[in-house]
Design a protein around this ligand. Structure first.
Ligand code: AQP
Length: 348
């Protein structure tokens, strides 16, 4: 926080982050984002958490499913300990400033910057990129708008979003430069903990993702205990026992699947990967995997149960989203109005 104040003097420290309702939540979303969103509430900084439904439709979504998934992510926020009394929780499309600022930033950002984004390349790999939505290409510009609309100073995200955060900084700097102002902060990414990049259970070189066609590649927050245990038992590993050191030739450097399971254990337990290696040095996966499965079930089942409870009352979820949207809009409106004035647009 101290370094942030130094990086953006004059800006109130503020945290913003979001998750797309493009599918069910995964263990990757939980460890890389949700768990840390809840922890940030204890740091005395204003926290704003969004369900980014406008991002989700960059790839076609069934409308009924989109509504369901938006509520499910909200339920996951609440179940993970995000408290609507302490944080603002809302869905992006209810605050029109996101779309309005995104348009202005579309005119600041360069097309070439968008083509260089790994997520765009990954999501269009093997397909005709020209045939993907314009929204998918412009996704990082909308993400920059999400962040800058609140003069956000810090964004907790997983490692996969680092490049988009760097682009947000570039867009903010270019806006400030083009208009000769010091209006948008240069937002800091917060990529912390031992599970900043949870990998697929089937391929340790691929990120665990909610839109991966293989359900066995991920643990969903809605999976029951038996399913979690089965997926961990079947997770791809190599035949060697766990080493007694993380790094170096004898460590886990070239064993991505083993490293992933150790990282997941460490993040769930709230200890370092080194501590896990010390505890399991020499253990076979036949010993380690059941321990990991027990830990995952113990940590995730209370969240799943709470999510299911919240999902029983969709009207209450919608009320929380609506109230959060009004609070978010109250912060965003003056920032958007000032942005328009800087750009030269006449307002009311
Ligand atoms: N595997 C992961 N490890 C750590 N963090 C992760 N996050 C996502 N996957 C992992 C973090 O979760 C937050 C929300 O991400 P998102 O749902 O908005 O988009 P995403 O990063 O594209 O996540 P997915 O699961 O891969 O979604 P799809 O498949 O729809 O693209 C972010 O902070 C992200 O870093």
């Amino acid at each position: 926080m101290a370094s942030q104040a130094a990086a953006n003097p004059g800006f109130t420290p503020r945290i913003f982050s979001g998750i797309q309702p493009s599918g069910g939540m995964t263990l990757g979303n939980y460890l890389g984002a949700l768990k840390r969103f809840a922890e940030k509430q204890d740091e005395g900084i204003e926290t704003i958490y969004c369900v980014v439904d406008m991002h989700a439709i960059t790839v076609w979504q069934d409308p009924e499913k989109l509504r369901h998934q938006t509520r499910e992510i909200t339920a996951a926020y609440l179940a993970s300990g995000i408290d609507p009394a302490r944080s603002i929780i809302f869905n992006q499309s209810q605050v029109s400033g996101h779309a309005e600022l995104a348009w202005i930033l579309n005119c600041v950002a360069r097309i070439g910057w968008m083509y260089r984004m790994t997520q765009f390349k990954d999501k269009t790999a093997g397909k005709n990129a020209e045939n993907s939505s314009l929204g998918l290409l412009a996704y990082p510009s909308l993400m920059a708008a999400d962040i800058l609309l609140y003069h956000t100073t810090q964004v907790p995200v997983g490692e996969d979003q680092k490049q988009h955060l760097e682009l947000t900084r570039d867009i903010a700097a270019k806006f400030n430069h083009d208009y000769g102002v010091d209006f948008f902060p240069i937002t800091e990414p917060l990529i912390e903990g031992s599970a900043t990049r949870v990998m697929s259970l089937r391929d340790g070189t691929k990120k665990m993702s909610k839109s991966d066609p293989s359900d066995a590649s991920r643990i969903n927050l809605t999976d029951d205990a038996d399913t979690i245990a089965k997926k961990i038992r079947k997770a791809t590993t190599d035949p060697n026992p766990l080493p007694d050191t993380l790094d170096g030739l004898d460590g886990l450097k070239d064993r991505p699947e083993a490293r992933n399971l150790v990282n997941i254990y460490a993040a769930l337990e709230g200890v370092s990967a080194e501590t896990v290696i010390r505890e399991f040095a020499g253990a076979q996966f036949g010993t380690f995997k059941p321990r990991l499965a027990d830990l995952a079930v113990a940590k995730l089942s209370p969240i799943t149960e709470a999510m299911n409870r919240y999902m029983q009352d969709p009207a209450e979820i919608d009320r929380i989203l609506g109230e959060g949207a009004a609070r978010a809009d109250a912060i965003a409106s003056p920032i958007l109005a000032k942005t328009k004035e800087i750009v030269g647009m006449i307002g009311r």
